[in-house]
Ligand binder design. Structure first.
Ligand code: GLY
Length: 429
């Protein structure tokens, strides 16, 4: 008997997870809630099931006799979906609500890092707007203001001066633009350097590291323009030394997993520290309690092992007995976005050419629908074209060659994804 699997989420990350899970010989049937146009052919989309509606998820998982529920986004994790499923005896991939606080409370993560001796920027948490304002005025220079709770990736303001920081404090604490998530803010020293995403599978004890990857947040080439949900990604960063990579694996990820266990909040699922390589060494920018998006889109195409038993082993505490092998290749993912994104954009534009890409190139749908048999745009980030290559240059060339075969009115994309993958750091490490 194969496994019944329910996957929660609806983006490019979930399309990539569904793509790999659907290839597993261990799978009986895959449901994706709510899923998207990309997951339609890989299983059954459950479009009316909201991942954050914990009770409905539990009921549906019982109804389909789920052997495993894979929780991809942070919101249902923070809402306690894994706890509710565990209470019903259903194994789930992802941390409990208490363990997900590593992402859902910036101040919890900062305290954890202080206790574990994990390198990060200096910071202070405030629940009083006047005290926070006084503090940033006393700093007088650059800093970072973070809403403590989840804020759909919009709760972080990188400030050049105190006036910007005061405006960010006002928005979070006085105007309430992030709701309860902004009632507390964390004010951090601003770090300078280059960012990379570390991902690892863990069952709370055993840790299996994934390759490093690098997201591109700003909308335009050369990191110009406003931030987005990610315009492209590559793996691995050639500029990351073996010593720094090992320092992150051991000194950050493994140390955090051990500290969570020591605190009675064993951490299971994917742990993804966002890292900054600074002149003083690698430092944590933030912890995420899930797979990154779009990082997942370039990681899973080079996973040689079957994904499903890995996810199951994380959920059941048996990761030590499962192989996690990676192909030694480069991958590049280029996001194609709607005209105007990340500001106002139109949807419903017919997408042409997805069927014309090379057989070994993946097109992961982030925001598109199938309407009357046609694929049409339905979001700001529409799709991510991912190619593998023996070298980064090879992967880049293949990704862009395939991107050029896909079109929709207003489509735009960055042309420099992965271009700096081998550029040495600006400082000695
Ligand atoms: N790549 C950014 C994130 O997933 O949070």
């Amino acid at each position: 008997m194969g496994m019944n699997v329910l996957l929660l989420g609806s983006g490019g990350r979930e399309h990539a997870i569904a793509w790999r899970v659907s290839q597993s010989p261990l799978l009986s049937k895959l449901w994706i809630a709510p899923g998207n146009a990309g997951t339609l052919d890989l299983g059954e989309n459950v479009t009316d099931l909201k991942p954050t509606d914990v009770e409905s998820v539990r009921r549906f998982a019982e109804e389909i006799r789920a052997d495993l529920v894979v929780v991809a986004p942070e919101d249902p994790l923070a809402a306690g979906v894994v706890d509710a499923l565990a209470a019903a005896g259903i194994p789930a991939f992802g941390p409990t609500q208490a363990a997900a606080e590593i992402e859902s409370s910036k101040s919890f993560a900062k305290d954890l890092m202080a206790q574990a001796g994990i390198a990060t920027s200096a910071s202070r948490a405030f629940e009083d707007a006047d005290a926070a304002t006084e503090y940033v005025r006393s700093l007088g220079g650059p800093c970072v203001v973070k809403a403590d709770g989840l804020a759909t990736g919009k709760g972080v303001t990188v400030c050049d001066d105190a006036d910007q920081a005061v405006a960010a404090i006002d928005a979070a604490m006085r105007e309430g633009v992030f709701g309860a998530s902004g009632a507390r803010v964390v004010i951090e020293e601003r770090m300078y350097g280059r960012e990379t995403s570390a991902h690892a599978f863990t069952d709370g004890v055993t840790v299996r590291h994934m390759p490093f990857s690098c997201d591109h947040k700003p909308v335009f080439d050369d990191d110009q323009g406003p931030n987005t949900g990610g315009m492209g990604v590559y793996s691995p960063p050639g500029w990351l030394s073996d010593a720094d990579a090992e320092a992150i694996r051991i000194g950050v990820t493994e140390r955090a997993v051990a500290q969570m266990a020591a605190q009675g909040r064993p951490y299971r699922g994917v742990l993804y520290p966002g890292m900054m390589l600074t002149a003083d060494g690698p430092k944590v920018v933030e912890f995420n309690c899930r797979f990154g998006d779009p990082e997942t889109e370039v990681l899973l195409p080079k996973l040689r092992s079957d994904l499903l038993p890995i996810l199951e082993a994380c959920a059941k505490g048996t990761l030590a007995s499962v192989d996690v092998e990676w192909d030694d290749v480069a991958t590049v993912g280029v996001m194609m976005a709607s005209g105007g994104y990340p500001a106002k954009y139109e949807t419903g534009k017919p997408i042409e050419g997805v069927g014309d890409v090379d057989d070994d190139v993946q097109v992961f749908i982030a925001g598109a629908q199938r309407r009357d048999g046609r694929l049409v745009t339905a979001g700001g980030r529409v799709l991510c074209v991912v190619a593998r290559g023996a070298t980064m240059e090879d992967a880049r060339a293949r990704a862009y060659d395939n991107v050029r075969r896909i079109s929709f009115e207003g489509a735009h994309y960055r042309t420099d994804i992965g271009a700096k993958a081998s550029l040495p750091l600006e400082f000695a490490r």
